[in-house]
Write a protein that binds this ligand. Sequence first.
Ligand SMILES: Nc1ncnc2c1ncn2[C@@H]1O[C@H](COP(=O)(O)OP(=O)(O)OP(=O)(O)O)[C@@H](O)[C@H]1O
Length: 270
Amino acid sequence: MDQAAQQNEAAAEAVPDVRNKPGSYISFEHVHKSFGDFVVLDDVSFCVNSGETLCIMGRSGVGKSVSLQMLLGFLKPDKGIIRVAGEDICGLNEQQLQVIRRKVTMVFQNGALFDSISVGENVAFPLRERGELAEEQIHQIVKGLLEMVGVAGMEGLLPSDLSTGMKRSVAIARALAAQPEAVLYDEPTTMVDPLMAHLLGNLIERLKQQLHLTSVVVTHDTRFAKKLADRVVLLHGGKAHFFGTMEEMEQSDDPVLKEFLAMDELTMPV
Ligand SMILES: Nc1ncnc2c1ncn2[C@@H]1O[C@H](COP(=O)(O)OP(=O)(O)OP(=O)(O)O)[C@@H](O)[C@H]1O
C-alpha cells in the first residue's frame, strides 16, 4: 500500500475512535461522491469535535465546497455517513434538514447579504425570523453583534458601502444572530488584503474562545490554518490524504504535503 493510501486508511480509522468520544460534532465517515463518472470524494473520513476548528484544505477542484454542501444536506453522498450534531443527516427530508441548518450556518465567500437592505436589517433578519423578540431587543442584539465582529456603528450602511472584508464580518454577525452551534466558512480570506485576513482570523478565533462554536473553514491559506485549526484535513485525489494537526502536516515527509505547503508559500501574500 502506498503512503497516500496508508494515510487515507489512517484518517478513516481515526473517525470511529473520535466519534465514540462525546465531543464529536460533525463527521464524514467513508463518504463517496461522484458527478457522473467523475469521482470527487472516494472513501473520505474526518471529523471535528464540539468547540473545535477544522480546516478543509486542498487544491482547486478537490471537493472542498462539495463537502460543505454535503454538511448542510444540499448534496447527498453516494455512500457513507455524514453526522451533524450526533445525527446521520443523509436520510433526512427537507424539513428535518432545516432544523440542522439552524444549528449549522454557512458564511459564504461573497457574504450573501441582501443588497437592498441595510447592514443592520441584514443582521436582524434571523432575529426577526424567530418572531419572539421586541424591536428594542433586536436593535440591541444587532448593535452588540456588529461590535463583536469589529464593524460597530455600521447598521445604517448598505452592503455596497462596505469592503469585501467588512461584508464578511457582517455575514458572520448575521450567522451568529441565528444562534448556531457551528459555523461553516467558505474561503474567508479570499480576495481580502493580509491585514483583513488577519482580522478575520482573530475574529473566528475569538468566537471559538467566547462562544465555544464549532467551526469548519475551507481555506487554501496555510498561515490562516496554522492560526486557527485544531485539525486539518487535506483533500487530494479524492481522498482525505491527511487528517491531523498543522504541526504534524508541517513535520511530515509526505511529498504531497510538502508540495502543497511549498506551493502555498509561493502564492501567499507577504
Ligand atoms: N453540482 C455539481 N455537478 C457536477 N459537478 C460538480 C457539482 N458541484 C461540484 N462539481 C465538481 O466537483 C469538483 C469539486 O468541486 P468543488 O467546488 O468542491 O471544488 P473546491 O475544492 O471547492 O475548489 P475551489 O478551491 O476551486 O473552490 C469540481 O470538479 C466541480 O466541477
